[in-house]
Design a protein around this ligand. Sequence first.
Ligand code: HEC
Length: 171
Amino acid sequence: MNQKIIPVLSFVTILGLSACSEQDKANNNQAKTPQGPVAAIHKSMQPVAPVKRWYSEAQVARGKVLFQQNCAKCHKPDASGDPNWKQVNAEGKLPPPPLNGTAHAWHHPLPLLQQIVRRGGIPMGGSMPAFADKLSAEQINDILAWVQSHWPDAIYAKWAQMTAQAARKTG
Ligand code: HEC
């Protein structure tokens, strides 16, 4: 029993650590059928229920409205962002990225996502405005709930694990 559990755990840890530079690879792999050691691990595991989400349907419904009012003009009504989000524009700024689980946003634990929305990107040389004066902490959470409702279960599971690791580090 233990012998089986240990390789599965280390595999999960590796997935959790496959940070930003691995992001495109991870996204591409998602669509493919796993092969080799990955397939073996999958076979050895019972079907896994999707990770339980931290938010409620009511939060998602409120967040949908707030996102359209505050974020959609830049990040697009469906949170798909600017197709050229990786390329600096004429003003030397990055365009608004997708928030729908296809880009980078899912690499940020919840407290960092909240902070990005509160402070915006201007202090870090970006162009996203701060929302601390416009939205309450609860409204920001509602918006993030709606954003995260677009993330597939596999992406959400990796994000949840990373968020838990970050919480352990900061104590
Ligand atoms: C004026 C355009 C604009 C508006 C409005 C805006 N954003 Fe952004 N957002 C950006 C840009 C541009 C970036 C990239 C970083 C930067 O330049 O500040 C960004 C980055 C982000 C990131 C980080 C994504 C990543 O991949 O690291 C998150 C999360 C985010 N925005 C959420 C929101 C939410 C939620 C709202 C609404 C409350 C919002 N944004 C409103 C332009 C905008």
